[in-house]
Design a binder for this molecule. Sequence first.
Ligand code: ATP
Ligand code: MG
Length: 168
Amino acid sequence: MTTTVVHTGSAVATQAVAARLAALVGAGDLIVLCGDLGAGKTTFTQGFGEALGVTSPVTSPTFTLANRYEGALIVNHLDVYRLAHIAEVEDLGLPELVDDRSVTLIEWGDAIVGALSGGYLEVRIRLGDGTDDRTLEFRAVGTEWRDREAALSGLADGGPGDAGGAPC
Ligand SMILES: Nc1ncnc2c1ncn2[C@@H]1O[C@H](COP(=O)(O)OP(=O)(O)OP(=O)(O)O)[C@@H](O)[C@H]1O
Ligand SMILES: [Mg+2]
């Protein structure tokens, strides 16, 4: 399984990588954002949304659970950190959100990937040594991203790797 690894040294750099990813997405895509508190999941989504023409500010959906933005595609932005039970995930109506007009990004999606029926792109953000250092790892799960693996590896600063690791 190929994992594409990108290092960034600032929030703006992470947003620029997200913008490049936005050029690869289509309607119906699901992106699961993983990483510790303050890793940069919302920051990533801001760069992603901006690249898709979202003009309203992208803010953390921690308390709203789900925000919806209009751009070239509709951007659904979810944060399921506070969801303790899989039943609550079902209440979110994820299958209805992941429709043919929208792309959906889910922060803290680790807990729910087992309940997903389709594929998704995992974006794992790891803290680095310096305050602003981050490592972004992109890993496609399922068939939806198979044709785009070469394009995904084009996001890499060191070329495609094989970091392996547990699913998100
Ligand atoms: N290289 C970087 N990439 C992303 N964010 C960075 C980077 N360097 C510094 N930051 C800062 O780290 C913070 C990341 O906060 P953000 O809200 O995006 O994290 P989060 O993963 O969504 O957290 P939470 O789990 O609380 O939702 C921001 O203040 C951002 O400016
Ligand atoms: Mg966040």
